[in-house]
Each structure stands twice: as structure tokens, then as C-alpha cells.
Design a binder for this molecule. Structure first.
Ligand SMILES: Nc1ncnc2c1ncn2[C@@H]1O[C@H](COP(=O)(O)OP(=O)(O)O)[C@@H](O)[C@H]1O
Ligand SMILES: [Mg+2]
Length: 367
């Protein structure tokens, strides 16, 4: 278990999605091999990786075998059991550390972490029962959002409560009696709906020597809670930009990050930043960096987890990234002959509504 992984070494990646695919490409440019571990045989990452294993994230025997064939492990999928990462740590190096994923996987722990380091979040309260929800919503007010503590992504596992009448239906929508196990406490959080000017995200990196760098904020537009578009530079005041970067750097240091992580934030009245959530891995809202920055987010991640020296990313152009969701993937002809536009297909066989199938990034000279 060494800190520095020499080019030629093998990077183990838990998860086989498009983030793993781009990580593998970046690793390969730096001379590393990649080993994808995920349950699903049909995945975008193993198509282009050196090695793969299709097993459950809970399969200890398989995890041990995997660990014996890699020099470092990282994850691109956020719902890998933390206990599996901890198990892997007995045999190899895991970066970022499992406890960081533990915080990111649980909205209560995540909000507490940000509040503890002095970062502002939206007003929130933990919720454990329908009875509790009825009481706490009077403190938070309407409209508010009920979010499950765990397993939410792309707007899944959350419900807006606009009035008293919505309370029971929202609760039942997220929690069917038979699926409630009290092992998870609190079951959910209730958040005040923020009337934001815009949503931004910052991707921050930290290497083994403690160097912390951030990509500049990108502005994110969501449709039905799924990322549709990221525009860089974000149209926000300079002061907010600086503050957003400082917030991200502070979080990376406080959490003892090795690797990269994305912080999603709300900009309120052009003067205040509220942290929404974090993802300790490459992020969809950082795909623009593939075309507009050096290094891109994936290269930065590989450098950090392999103990290479990282550097401040330089942005060479303005960029707009659009996600190709579901059947959008069949309507890409219009992009193919557009100047300064790159299209990425993730190699997924089946298109499902809202499934991320690819993306398109257009760049233009920096203003
Ligand atoms: N408190 C809030 N106020 C306003 N909009 C919100 C709030 N929480 C979430 N949203 C909207 O829903 C999107 C998805 O919610 P988020 O908390 O990021 O969960 P996830 O991305 O894990 O599904 C956000 O990007 C934002 O557009
Ligand atoms: Mg989000």
C-alpha cells in the first residue's frame, strides 16, 4: 500500500457508469490501467477498461480478489456500501476515504457537516415519522421539500409539500409502511424550498501533498430535478464566484479529501450562497471541463488518487454542456457538424426516459 501509484499500475473503480468510462480514459492517458467492479455486465465503463468483474458490491470474496489486483480503489457510484469500502481498506488503498462517502450518502450527515464547518445550508430538520413531519413542517413552513436520507439522486426520493393537504400523500409517496426500517435514523429531512437566482456547482480537488484546487463555478439548469445544462462561466458576481470556490476548498480540507468532489450550491439574491449537497467523485456538472479545461475533472481525480502532483486547472474557453437524456440520443444529427461542438455517447444499449445517454459540449473563445 503505497501513497504513490506508478504509471503502469491499476486503478480499481467501483461503478460502471459514464463517470467510470471517463475516468478510465483519463487513467489510460496517464499510463494507468483500470479495473471496473460493478454488478451489471452491460455498462459504459468496462467497454473501455482493461479489467472487469461483474459482482455485487456486497460480495466480500469478489471484493477481496478485486483488491488483490489493483493498486488503489476509487468509486464513481455513490451508493456503494460504505462497509464494502472499509473492507477493501484491509487490502488496498481507498481514495477518497470511506467516511467521506458515508457523509455524502446521508443527507442528514451531509447537512450537519456543512453546518459544523460554518457553511450555510437551507433551513432543514430531521424527520422520523409522519407525526414528526406534521410538527416540523410548522417550523420550516411551506413550500418545503421532504427528502429521504439515503439513496436519492436525480430528484428521486424527494417530494415538494406545498400545503397541509400534501403532507400525507408526500409521506406515503416516499415511505411505504413495509419499507420503513428503523435502522435508518432519521428517515428523511425536511428542507425549506429556496427561492434561488441560480444553481451553481464547484468541483474541487485535493492531492496527497494537500494542494487544493478548484474549477470555476458552472451554472446548472435542471428540468424536473435532473441536470439539463451547465454553462461556464456562471453569470454570477465576482464576489460570489470567489466565495463559492472558498466554500468548496474549505469543505475539501475539513473533510480530508483525496481526490475530487463536487459541491452543489444555491445562489440567493445574488449575495448569499447556500450549500445544497456534495458528491465525492467526478460530477455531471463537470463534463464541460473535458473540452474547456486542462486538466479536466477526470484527469485531476486520477492524479490525486495516484499521488501525482496536481495543478490549478486552467479554463481555455467558455462552455455549454447539454445532457442527452433518453431518446435525445437519437436526435444528435444536428450537433455533428456544428463547429466547436463535441458529442459524447456513453455506449448504453437501452434508452430509458431521463436516462443519461450522452452529452454535448459547445465551446467558444473566452470572453
Ligand atoms: N431546498 C430546495 N429548494 C429549491 N430547490 C431544490 C431544493 N432542494 C432541491 N432542489 C432542486 O432539486 C434538484 C435536485 O435536488 P438535490 O438535493 O440536488 O438532490 P439529487 O440531485 O440528489 O436528486 C436541485 O438541483 C434543485 O434544482
Ligand atoms: Mg443534486
Amino acid at each position: 500500500m503505497s501513497n504513490y501509484i506508478k504509471p503502469g499500475g491499476t486503478i480499481g473503480i467501483l461503478g460502471g457508469g459514464q463517470l467510470g468510462r471517463f475516468l478510465s480514459l483519463a487513467a489510460s492517458r496517464l499510463g494507468y490501467r483500470t479495473f471496473i467492479f460493478c454488478p451489471d455486465e452491460k455498462n459504459p465503463a468496462s467497454q473501455i477498461s482493461d479489467f472487469h468483474m461483474y459482482c455485487s458490491y456486497e460480495d466480500k470474496k469478489a471484493l477481496k480478489k478485486f483488491s488483490q489486483n489493483v493498486d488503489v480503489v476509487t468509486f464513481e457510484f455513490e451508493n456503494v456500501p460504505v462497509s464494502s469500502l472499509e473492507y477493501l481498506e484491509n487490502y488496498t488503498t481507498v481514495r477518497p476515504k470511506p467516511n467521506i462517502l458515508e457523509i455524502a450518502q446521508n443527507r442528514t450527515k451531509e447537512k450537519k457537516f456543512f453546518n459544523q464547518i460554518g457553511s450555510k445550508t437551507t433551513k432543514w430538520l430531521p424527520i422520523n415519522s409522519l407525526k414528526g413531519l406534521r410538527v416540523e413542517i410548522e417550523k420550516i413552513g411551506y413550500p418545503s421539500i421532504l427528502k429521504t436520507s439515503r439513496s436519492g439522486y436525480d430528484g428521486k426520493g424527494q417530494c415538494v409539500i406545498r400545503s397541509k393537504q400534501d403532507i400525507v400523500t408526500s409521506w406515503n409517496k416516499l415511505f411505504k409502511k413495509e419499507t420503513i426500517t428503523q435502522s435508518e435514523s432519521p428517515l428523511a429531512i425536511l428542507e425549506k424550498v429556496v427561492d434561488f437566482d441560480c444553481e451553481i456547482s464547484v468541483i474541487v480537488s485535493r492531492d496527497l501533498s494537500g494542494n487544493v484546487f478548484a474549477f470555476e463555478p458552472t451554472e446548472n439548469l435542471h428540468k424536473k430535478q435532473i441536470l439539463l445544462k451547465s454553462v461556464t462561466p456562471a453569470k454570477i458576481p465576482k464576489k460570489i464566484k470567489k466565495e463559492a470556490i472558498n466554500e468548496a476548498k474549505k469543505a475539501a480540507i475539513e473533510i480530508d479529501l483525496i481526490g475530487i468532489m463536487a459541491l452543489e450550491m444555491f445562489v440567493v439574491k445574488n449575495k448569499e450562497i447556500l450549500i445544497n449537497e456534495m458528491a465525492p467523485r467526478p460530477h455531471n456538472s463537470g463534463h464541460w471541463t473535458l473540452d474547456a479545461c486542462s486538466p479536466d475533472q477526470f484527469t485531476q481525480q486520477i492524479k490525486c488518487i495516484c499521488g501525482l502532483m496536481s495543478n490549478q486547472p486552467i479554463r481555455y474557453s467558455d462552455a455549454t454542456m447539454i445532457n442527452l437524456l433518453g431518446n435525445d440520443i437519437y436526435k444528435t444529427k444536428k450537433y455533428l457538424n456544428l463547429e466547436n461542438t463535441n458529442i459524447y455517447y456513453y455506449g448504453k444499449e437501452t434508452s430509458l426516459p431521463k436516462r443519461k445517454m450522452g452529452h454535448v459540449t459547445s465551446i467558444k473563445p473566452k470572453k
